[in-house]
Design a protein around this ligand. Structure first.
Ligand SMILES: Nc1ncnc2c1ncn2[C@@H]1O[C@H](COP(=O)(O)OP(=O)(O)OP(=O)(O)O)[C@@H](O)[C@H]1O
Length: 227
């Protein structure tokens, strides 16, 4: 049987704020198969962003483990973790997090450059990816010269350019008008069919309905959504 793209076991997160402890995640179990598209929903403050940060190795869990492509992040050095993240994961955040001083093609090329691909090849592949997201005419525009929807499409191109097994998205359309949001979602449908598994955090039931499976975070537990 094929190995899952991502698996977490007994995942827990407690934030300590002075003498106060907030237990945000409790014993979260999740298995994501290749090509699977999963929505995570839950009330504001239920821990969705926290979970995504743990899954992406951006923040350490208080308990439990995360494995991506069969490899656990536990105990990795910072450098090894960055390499692991760059190789296996793509990220799309609510706010694009593009680098202001680089143009669209350079931003998209970044995961390839970090992964050791030569600059000319990286920029060529970035250009092809931007073409695919409908931004072939914007390669040399810096983020400030792009609309919100265009920036988000650049961020999606960047997340996918190195063909990661898994893409983590935190409210990727939360910040967009309905027409731009639809364009971004159509792109996720399209690109998702071809390659990566996706986990998308969303408040929007209509977006969740487009995924294969929806899980809800409730009182720290991740459970199947019913009805
Ligand atoms: N660094 C931190 N220190 C202390 N508490 C935190 C920290 N980060 C998040 N929290 C708390 O953890 C809980 C979960 O936050 P998180 O941002 O993961 O929720 P969310 O479901 O993504 O919310 P939203 O939908 O509003 O973005 C919240 O109660 C928040 O206040």
């Amino acid at each position: 049987m094929a190995e899952p793209v991502l698996r977490c076991r007994g995942l827990g997160k407690v934030y300590r704020d002075g003498s106060r402890e907030v237990e945000v995640l409790r014993n979260v179990e999740l298995t994501l198969d290749a090509g699977e598209r999963l929505a995570i929903v839950g009330a504001s403050g239920s821990g969705k962003s926290t979970l995504l940060n743990l899954l992406g190795g951006l923040d350490p869990p208080s308990s439990g483990s995360v494995e991506v492509a069969g490899q656990s992040v536990d105990g990795m050095s910072e450098k090894a973790r960055c390499r692991w993240r760059n190789r296996h994961l793509g990220f799309v955040y609510q706010f694009h997090h593009l680098l202001a001083e680089f143009d669209a093609a350079e931003n998209v090329a970044m995961p390839l450059l970090i992964g050791g691909v030569a600059r000319s090849e990286a920029l060529k592949r970035a250009g092809e990816m931007l073409e695919r997201v409908g931004l072939g005419a914007r390669l040399d525009h810096r983020p400030a010269a792009l609309s919100g929807g265009e920036r988000q499409r650049v961020a999606i191109a960047r997340a996918l350019v190195a063909s990661p097994g898994c893409v983590l998205m935190d409210e990727p359309t939360g910040n967009l008008d309905p027409a731009s949001a639809e364009r971004v979602l159509a792109l996720i449908d399209d690109l998702g069919r071809e390659q990566a598994a996706f986990i998308i955090v969303t408040h929007d039931p209509a977006i969740a309905a487009r995924m294969h499976r929806t899980l809800v975070l409730e009182e720290g537990h991740l459970v199947e959504m019913h009805g």
